[in-house]
Design a protein around this ligand. Structure first.
Ligand code: PLP
Length: 388
């Protein structure tokens, strides 16, 4: 009998949850435009507002501060701008400071000019260098406008959790704004915009089991907001025009609700499986390097280098054995590049790295099979003496 494939690429996208699928389908079957005042419009508006409450609960925020977008990339392009409003009063942001390990959605810097973006180094442990950030903020030119800092909560490649509360203290000491990309942390860590001390959080539907093409920018309040990126009919209180996508929003809401329910038990169960897999990997190949193993990581991610195994070769070998995982840094064309995250951490990225990322529906049997596949690939590597 042909063995089932094993999906271990949850950080790329999580499988659609049945509850999210059901919510999408019910929204698709409703005829109204959410901006219409008739009964049909009000019915679909209710779906959107319920989802807004669920996404707010996921982020420990107020529903009125959740603005839906087409995904995290759009939210990043919207919020990363020199052009803000405090109520009706314009407010200028002079410079954007980002960590060296941000996702390309942040790295590209939104609407900031390339000369107005500074990159802050990370330590060899994979966390932002707080002293470097403090020094950069101390040198910030206040005449140009306020500083904005964007740091992710959990890295998509390594899973390493960033010290956001410390970052926030530094940013607040100079009166700056803090944007936190919480895409990989949502549903994997408890999230609270207040506790993090962030001004804005960015979240994405498809990383938590919702449909692709949904996301949100979540603000601390409602007064301080970036100038709109998409202008038109004034939907989402004028922040994001265009008829809402009720199916994506309702599915996102259902996934957010599922992410909040029983979060702590799920985190413990997923981490235990990841740790068991890592123990088996180390037993099979003691020279495996598991990046970030000694530091706080989200519990679903294992980013590793097997010396002598190139990431392209490794990815194909796992795929042929039925395991879908990701090479360190896969750009949109599907070509495997060197991991800028590992380079930023000062590792030799020559052989690259592979990322296993699991989720709540990953089974023990899948962990065992993945460990077996890993052991076979590691043994073959030794047999072929492949050191190139
Ligand atoms: N930020 C991080 C950390 C991500 O991992 C991703 C997706 O890979 C994004 C942003 C972009 O999310 P979206 O696909 O919703 O645009």
């Amino acid at each position: 009998m042909k063995e089932e494939r094993i999906y271990m690429d949850w950080n790329a996208t999580a499988p659609l949850l049945p509850a999210a699928r059901a919510a999408c389908l019910s929204a698709l079957d409703l005829a109204g435009n959410p901006s219409s005042v008739h009964g049909e419009g009000r019915k679909i508006r209710t779906l959107i507002e319920n989802a807004r409450r669920d996404v707010a609960a996921l982020c420990g925020a107020q529903p009125a501060s959740v603005i839906f977008t087409s995904g995290a990339t759009e939210a990043a392009n919207w919020v990363l701008t020199p052009d803000f409003r405090m109520g009706k009063t314009p407010l200028t942001i002079g410079r954007l400071y980002i960590s060296a390990i941000e996702h390309p959605a942040i790295r590209e810097g939104g609407r900031f000019g390339k000369d107005d973006i500074s990159e802050i180094a990370v330590t060899s442990a994979g966390t932002i260098d707080l002293a470097a950030l403090e020094a950069a903020l101390a040198a910030h030119d206040r005449q140009s406008g306020l500083p904005m800092v964007a740091v992710m909560l959990a890295n998509n490649e390594t899973g390493i959790v960033q010290p956001i509360a410390d970052v926030s203290r530094l940013v607040k000491a100079v009166g700056g704004l803090l944007v936190v990309d919480a895409v990989q942390a949502a549903g994997r860590l408890p999230l609270s915009i207040e506790d993090l001390g962030a001004d804005f959080l960015i979240v994405s539907s498809h990383k938590i089991g919702g449909p692709k093409g949904g996301g949100a920018l979540v603000a601390r309040g409602e007064i301080l907001m970036p100038a709109a990126l998409i202008r038109g009919g004034g939907q989402e209180k004028g922040h994001r025009s265009g008829t809402e996508n009720p199916a994506a929003i309702a599915g996102f809401g259902a996934a957010a609700q599922a992410a909040v329910d029983g979060l702590e038990q799920r985190i413990a169960a997923v981490s235990a499986m990841r740790d068991r897999l890592e123990a088996a990997m180390i037993a099979a190949a003691p020279d495996v390097i598991i990046h970030g193993r000694d530091i706080e990581r989200i519990g679903n991610t294992c980013f590793f280098t097997l010396p002598g195994l190139k990431s392209e070769t490794g990815q194909i070998a796992f795929d042929l054995e039925g395991v879908a995982l990701s090479a360190g840094s896969a750009c949109s064309s599907g070509k495997v590049g060197q991991s800028y995250v590992l380079s930023a951490m000062g590792h030799d990225p020559r052989h690259g790295a592979l990322r296993i990322s699991i989720g709540p529906s990953t089974t023990s049997a899948e962990i065992d099979r993945c460990a077996d596949v890993f052991a076979r690939i590691a043994a073959r590597r030794r047999l072929s003496g492949a050191a190139a």
